[in-house]
Every structure is written in C-alpha cells, then in structure tokens.
Design a protein around this ligand. Structure first.
Ligand code: PLP
Length: 431
C-alpha cells in the first residue's frame, strides 16, 4: 500500500500541529505506521490521498451510524448552509431536534445543545453539583468523558492509549474532587459513599464502556448504581455520547431499562457535525441560565448546520427504528464472531466484547470486565493486527482501548472481506 502523499502531508502537519494532529489518537502512535490522510468518504468506505480505499470501522469515532455522506444529511446541510452557517439567534431547528431527542430518550424532559461531548459532560457535572450542593464526583477507571480537567482522572480513550494516569496541567485540588473507582465493582461505590457521606454530587459513567474498549455492565450493576444514587441523594449521569442512538434508539438506558437523572449525548445526535447535548429531569435542567443560577453558554450552540445534520440522522433512525437496529445487531454479530472464529483457528488469544453495533477484539484470553482486565491485553499484538488489516483495506480504530463501530451502510460483502482480511492478519499476529 502506497502512502506517499499522506506521508508528505503528515510531515507538513507535524511542523504546524502538535504530532501533526488535532486529536491525539489520530497520530497512530499506539499502532505504529503512517496515518492515511482522508479525502473522501461514502457509505462504509474511506478513500485516502493516495487513492487507497478502506472499509471504515471507526465511523468518525461513532457519529456515522448511517455511513458517510448519507444523502439526506448532505442535502439538509447544503440547504442550511445556503441560508447562512450561523446566526447566534434561535431557530426552529433547535426545537425540531430537541423534540426528536425527547422522543428517543424518555428520561430527558428538557435539554440543552452544545458543540462537543466534552462540553456536555462538563456542564452536566456543574449542574449536578449545583443541584445537590455537593462537590465530589464518582467516575470509573477507563471511562472517558471528554477532556475537562476533573474528568481526565484515570480516563480511557487516548489517555489510556498513551498510558497517562491523568493529565499535566490539572491541579491536584481539582483532580482530588474526582473519585475514580473500578467499573463493575459495586462494593467500591458503596465504600466511597460511606467515606464521603452527603458529599457526592453524582456518579457519571459510560453505561456500556467504549473508551477502555467495549465493556458491558455486569448483571444488576446499573440497577445498583441507580438504587444507591437515589438512596444517597446523588444524581446518576449516563454519558451516552457514544452509546446514545447506537445500542438502541434510546441508547443504553433503553437497552438496560434504567432511567438516569441526566444524560449526555454527542456524536450521532449531530450526524457528524459538531453537536452534543445534555438533558434530563426538567427540575434539574431548569437550573440553567437564564432560568437558574448555573451558567452555561456557547456561540455556536444549536448551530443550524449541526441541527440540520442531526435532524436528518436522528429522524431517519426514528422512522426506520426496527430495521436499523435489527440490521446493526445481526451484521455486527456476523463480523465480530466471524473474526473471533478466525482468531481461534489461528491460535490467537482473543476476547470479543460486543453490545449491538459496538465491540472490541481484546488480545487476551481472559474475560474483560474493567480497565485492569482490558489493560492486560497484548497491545503489541493488537498493533500488528491493526497494521495488517489496514494493509488489506480495513481501517479499525487505532487503539486497543477503543470500540469498533458498524454503520447501516456496511454490506455482507464488506463483512466477508473483513473476515478474510482478519484470517491473513492473524497469521501475521501469530508470527
Ligand atoms: N463521552 C464519551 C463517552 C466519549 O466517547 C467522548 C468522545 O469520544 C466524549 C464524551 C467527548 O466527546 P467530544 O470528543 O465530542 O468532546
């Protein structure tokens, strides 16, 4: 595979942007090799600057659930752009998308749009602290909630990929307000509530973890978190930036039938444009300015292009709910299991964790139930696998600690090609 033009572009980018990138994992440091520069995407495919074509299994890290350049979204964005990219004043589209979100997520009575998942979780935490009058926050090791200071403690995604325990530049006074506990361990949560009696504002979690690789909640775990937060007067925040509209229309909360107090959304809600949201019970959301004392604002919040892409995407998911989610489930199962079978045949130790159209092939023989067990994976073997797949035109997320995503644009033929590529790649891993 030729990456000549991508290499030249990377060299130029490195002179101008740290690591040549605007978001760390894109630099491919965890898997080695050269990152292809993308020019074009359509359906399940990406094309790079050297004309190589890839089956895309990271979908812009989640948003592209209907595939790239989904025609209704493209048309909606074009039409909105023709009316101006931004007004900084209210538009009907904000109410239109809000109505769709509320329809999909029964726990959300009211919401506010922002421009990134980071803003959504940061604002939800501020709201939880104001509502409860408490300052401590419980999060879980390996969960990533964006890059606001307090939420970088023991975070997943790129933070885990680079082995950083937190981040330089976060004062210990701020990091000290975050209690990072192991995922799937309810005793640890009970102990924290006992130690910090009446001081814990909220628990925030990815109800199905994606940012340590995919990890499902143990049976009864989410119910136990719901019960303890209610008992202790804390709020339960589901960060569904990744899982919302992906695991089911109403995200993990629909799948596991748990109603959180607050929910954060991102990625799919904006159809690939910068858009996210946080919402929940009206009595909590009404604490936001201008109704209440919690300040939160954004020049580009509710941006008309983002609203247009979100309405086209979420509108399609609502209108075609049954077909979309059953297709995603059966196709995801076919490819996730098909690759796992090839690993077994090649004698490569692999644990496949999958929930719907989101999964991770962990290079370990042991079950993965929390960050510690995820971190026991053979990341060097993953890197060899990643490179061998890329060489064959299959682009997986470039870290062991990320989830693979499927779109409705992937075809059976794409999946078969992927399984064949994996067969050859496992031979390279086993070497
Ligand atoms: N929360 C979760 C669960 C995420 O996966 C991410 C990003 O990957 C974020 C929050 C942060 O979102 P953004 O990158 O839009 O700031």
């Amino acid at each position: 595979m030729k990456l000549t033009r991508s290499r030249t572009l990377q060299q130029r980018a490195e002179k101008l942007l740290p690591g040549g990138v605007d978001s760390p994992v894109r630099a491919f440091r965890a898997v080695g090799g050269e990152p292809p520069f993308v020019v074009h995407g359509e359906g399940a495919f990406l094309w790079d600057e050297d004309g190589n074509r890839y089956i895309d299994y990271f979908g812009s890290w989640g948003p592209m659930i209907l595939g790239h350049a989904f025609p209704p979204a493209v048309e909606a964005i074009q039409q909105a752009a023709g009316r101006s990219a931004s007004f900084g004043a209210s538009t009907a589209a904000e109410g239109d998308l809000a109505e769709l979100v509320v329809k999909a997520f029964p726990s959300i009575e009211k919401l506010r749009f922002v421009s990134s998942g980071t803003e959504a979780t940061m604002s939800a935490i501020r709201l939880a602290r104001a509502f409860t009058g408490r300052k401590y926050v419980i999060k879980f090791e390996g969960c990533y909630h964006g890059h606001s200071d307090g939420l970088l403690v023991k975070a997943g995604s790129g933070v885990a990929t680079f082995g950083i325990p937190g981040s330089a530049g976060v004062p210990e006074e701020i990091a000290g307000l975050t209690l990072a506990l192991p995922f799937n361990d309810i005793d640890a949560v009970q102990a924290a509530f006992a130690k910090y009696k009446n001081q814990i504002a909220c628990i925030i979690l990815e109800p199905v973890v994606g940012n340590a690789g995919t990890i499902a909640p143990a049976e009864g775990y989410l119910e136990a978190l719901r019960a303890i937060t209610t008992l202790e007067g804390s709020l339960l925040i589901f960060d569904e930036v990744m899982t919302g509209f992906r695991l089911a229309l109403g995200g993990a909360q629909e799948l596991y039938r748990i109603l959180p107090d607050l929910t954060t959304l991102g990625k799919i809600v904006g159809g690939g444009l910068p858009c996210a949201a946080f919402g929940g019970r009206a009595e909590i959301i009404n604490m936001l300015a201008p109704l209440g004392p919690v300040y939160q604002a954004g020049t580009l919040s509710g941006n008309p292009l983002a609203m247009a892409a979100g309405i086209a995407t979420v509108g399609h998911l609502i209108a075609h709910r049954a077909e979309v989610y059953s297709q995603l489930e059966s196709m995801s199962e076919a490819v996730a299991e098909g690759v796992a079978v090839e690993a077994a045949k090649a004698g490569v130790a692999l644990t496949t964790n999958r929930v719907g159209a989101m999964w991770t092939w962990f290079f370990t023989a042991e079950p993965v139930t929390d960050f510690a067990t995820a971190a026991a994976s053979d990341t060097a073997a993953f890197a060899r696998f990643h490179r061998a797949m890329l060489e064959q035109g299959v682009w997986l997320p470039c870290s062991q600690y990320e989830a693979v995503f499927l779109s409705t644009a992937h075809t059976i033929e794409n999946l078969e090609q992927t399984i064949q590529a994996a067969k050859a790649a496992f031979a390279a891993v086993a070497e």
